[in-house]
Design a protein around this ligand. Sequence first.
Ligand SMILES: NC(=O)c1ccc[n+]([C@@H]2O[C@H](COP(=O)([O-])OP(=O)(O)OC[C@H]3O[C@@H](n4cnc5c(N)ncnc54)[C@H](OP(=O)(O)O)[C@@H]3O)[C@@H](O)[C@H]2O)c1
Length: 237
Amino acid sequence: MKKVIIVGATSGIGRELSKIYSRNGWAVGVAGRRDSLFPEIEKEMKGKVYFKRIDVTAPESALLLKELISEMGGVDVVVISSGTGSVNRELDWSKEKETIDVNVSGFALLAGTAFRYFCGNGGGCVAGISSIAAIRGGDDAPAYSASKAFVSNYLEGLRKMAIKNGFPVSIVDIQPGFVATNMAKGEGLFWVAPVEKAAQQIYEAIGSNRQHAYITRRWRLVAWLLKVMPNFIYDKI
Ligand SMILES: NC(=O)c1ccc[n+]([C@@H]2O[C@H](COP(=O)([O-])OP(=O)(O)OC[C@H]3O[C@@H](n4cnc5c(N)ncnc54)[C@H](OP(=O)(O)O)[C@@H]3O)[C@@H](O)[C@H]2O)c1
């Protein structure tokens, strides 16, 4: 039986993705801080499910991930979906810091831990949920877009490290546009994808070993526009 761990699986994209893996016969390791939700999540799952309370900002989170892997008797795929972000035009430092702690430090610690595990244990896949926001700096939530640029760039670094050294680790960078979860806040949202559709496309992208995927696929167009848009236009929209 194939095994997946999803960090940040107590709600939103991660929770939906857990259900899809479970329906498809995978053993699933569910991680997140809100352990009070674990019994409810267990009822949604079809097969074997493991739970671990992990706060990615805590130094012991790496140890807890390794503990979960060992309780599951190994793992094939680790998806890091944990993330946070706030509209923060006032640059309130506590909000900026929380975003950096979760999306940058927490992400790097767990992605690195999973990567090293796979290097020493026959290989596997590390997938990270970045964002379309990674492409350009954002004025509504500067730390959020910067943190997602870190996620995508870090994943690219891990991929290069795996390829150059012959490590049997594949790396998948998922960049969603808007998805209908608690995280999709703010004004001017468009093309908001149902979480079920987004999670299904993420499952397929990881399964087909894609290096990168926009979710949903139409966000490829927005990504392209953001990449080619000159600063004098981007700064005003
Ligand atoms: N929704 C969108 O429009 C959108 C677009 C692009 C990218 N994304 C990315 O998609 C990912 C999932 O977000 P979502 O939309 O599904 O929102 P969500 O429902 O708020 O899910 C966020 C998940 O992250 C976990 N998390 C937050 N802080 C954590 C911490 N310190 N330690 C461990 N887990 C933590 C939460 O679990 P606990 O609270 O239980 O810890 C929760 O399971 C995020 O990385 C987000 O940036 C979302």
